[in-house]
Design a protein around this ligand. Structure first.
Ligand SMILES: [Zn+2]
Length: 354
């Protein structure tokens, strides 16, 4: 199936030759250029530092890469550029510094660059491709069938809250970006639907309930304060491949929140490895870990599959530490306490970006 793309917006002078080069490289890699496409697979949204105009997609499946030109990269690149990613309602931001390099910024706070030179545009396409073609599994289906004896949680959910507090005390979960303050309310709602999040916060944790089900932290909640079942902690009961959605059991009296976007990844790991009883994901790193090769977006089927593959290859899948390229770690264990004991003092706060 051929994928389509279009260019949108008002490129600054330095972006014109850049867009031509990128367009040619995309065509070579199998994309079809369609300037009138209503629901293209990929949009190159040309904007500028002075005018970060959003492209308003009609279909969630459209991947928006915002592109702007800068003379140099400021000292704190992520702090300076992340707002442009969010303001233009993009999935990824590319900042081109003519004559030097292109920098990428992703929603999970990823930041890496590609220098100009031989095969520059092909190398950019190699970076864009896995992000743009990934399938997001962020739909949730809530079924109000949670057993009444679980409405207030159980020992496992209490262990989950405890573990959230410990992670918070390690200061590993970066402060969520205040996107609700950067964006007007209607754009904020758009972003929530688009990224499948209740607000940006990084990291998540889960614990196995039984053969099929597991408890998991909700999306965008304060991990140090996981209390209410259906709001802060959700029971994942299945994945429905026909709808590509995560199925959750919730108490009938609660307005549920979405589960963490990485539920699909945890679901795959629990399915395959009955001995895995808990999983923690943090945006930090550890020396000597096995890591995924491509950078896929959070909540994508491709990310889940590549992490599950590495768990399978680990000497002990129930005790694995897997690196997610330019993103963080997924750690499996026999209990949350066992994971925390094992990783205490070994985490490196800064994820290496390559
Ligand atoms: Zn993450």
């Amino acid at each position: 199936m051929s994928r389509t793309f279009r260019v949108w917006g008002a490129p600054t002078p330095g972006l014109v030759p850049f867009l031509t080069g990128l367009t040619e490289a995309l065509k070579k890699s199998g994309y079809t250029y369609d300037p009138d496409a209503q629901a293209p697979d990929l949009v190159l949204n040309a904007c500028s530092l002075d005018d970060p105009r959003p492209y308003r997609r009609r279909a969630q499946a459209t991947f928006v890469l915002s592109i702007l030109e800068a003379r140099e990269m400021p000292g704190e690149p992520v702090q300076a550029m992340y707002p442009y990613l969010v303001r233009t309602l993009a999935n990824m931001l590319l900042v081109y510094i003519p004559g030097k390099e292109a920098h990428f910024f992703t929603l999970d706070l990823g930041h890496y660059s590609e220098p100009e030179g031989e095969k520059f545009f092909d190398r950019l396409v190699e970076r864009i491709q896995p992000m743009a073609s990934a399938t997001l599994v962020i739909k949730n289906r809530f079924e109000p069938d949670l057993e009444p004896e679980l409405w207030d949680g159980d020992d496992l959910t209490r262990a989950l809250s405890e573990a959230g507090k410990i992670l918070e005390s390690w200061d590993l979960l970066p402060a969520p970006f205040p996107i609700d303050r950067i964006l007007p309310p209607e754009d904020f709602r758009h972003v929530q639907r688009l990224y499948g999040i209740g607000g940006l916060s990084y990291g998540n944790l889960s614990v196995r309930k039984d053969a099929k089900r597991f408890w998991m932290s909700a999306s965008g909640v304060d991990k140090a304060n996981l209390r209410v079942i259906g709001r802060d902690i959700l029971l994942v009961k299945d994945y429905d491949p026909s709808q590509q959605c995560i199925v959750l059991s919730v108490p009938p009296h609660i307005e549920p929140r979405r589960v963490s976007v990485d539920a699909i990844e945890h679901w795959m790991i629990y399915r395959e490895h009955p001995e895995v009883r808990a999983i923690i994901h943090v945006h930090a790193w550890m020396d000597g870990v096995l890591a995924t090769q491509a950078h896929y977006p959070c909540g994508s089927y491709e990310l889940a599959r590549s992490v599950a593959e590495l768990v399978r290859k680990s000497p002990d899948p129930a005790c694995a530490v897997i690196g997610l390229k330019n993103h963080g770690l997924t750690i499996t264990g026999r209990s949350l306490e066992e994971i925390l004991d094992r990783i205490a003092g070994k985490l490196i706060r800064q994820v290496p970006m390559t």
